[in-house]
Ligand binder design. Sequence first.
Ligand SMILES: [Zn+2]
Length: 268
Amino acid sequence: MEVRFFNGGHCRQLQAFVDRRTWRIAPFFAVFLAVRHPARGWVLIDTGYSDGFAAATRRWPACLYRWTTPVTATASTADILRRAGIDPAAIRDIVLTHFHADHIGGVKDFPAARFHHGAEALEPLLKLSAFAQTRHAFLPALLPGDFAARAAAVPLAGFRPHPQLGMPAHDLFGDGSLTLVSLPGHAPGHLGVFFETPAGPLLYAADAYWHHRQIEDSTAPLPPARIFIHDNRAYDATVAQLRRLARAGLALAACHCPHTQRHVAAPG
Ligand SMILES: [Zn+2]
């Protein structure tokens, strides 16, 4: 299937957090994908920050997110797609790999879409206090009021071991086109998506790792970055499995990895 990568805004952070050889402030792009399904049309994987992020972080305690993570996101996710020739009103399906603000920022741009996500991804975040939600990079104001009615939560109990990936997986549409893959650790219920592209199979790992050096050289994130990891033991086990798959020749891509920028048509 045809796949397109987009930048949905970016934040600036010390790159050494995820690549300890590089001590400079660098942009971390919030990449999202559009995959062209033969019957369902363009399916989105995540939605970037979108321009709604600024409004969602205006009030206490959500403003803490903006103060600690300076974000640049001037275009809406719908406009980014429109400029690329994709009609946002025609989007029927959106996969949300997890509920961090840089992945769900644009969901309000799609009032007719259905949201596919891990059942375990949202519940624990909804139970937190507003302050703890901000600390976990979850801003409920980014979700539309009818989110629950349009959400198709997939429970992990329905996932089965994938013969090639060696991880629990779920065939999203029952046609083998898009496979949700459990990549635990980074956030509750964190998912990747496995699909066929014109260049071969691709496992989009979302935030299962941040930087290609974690896969190539076993570089580990510095402790300050680990504060944002939900389950460090599961995170390390997921990265180890992704490393095995990459060594066996599987193509990987991750949301914030600089290598992913090679796929983005117009980096911004
Ligand atoms: Zn994340």
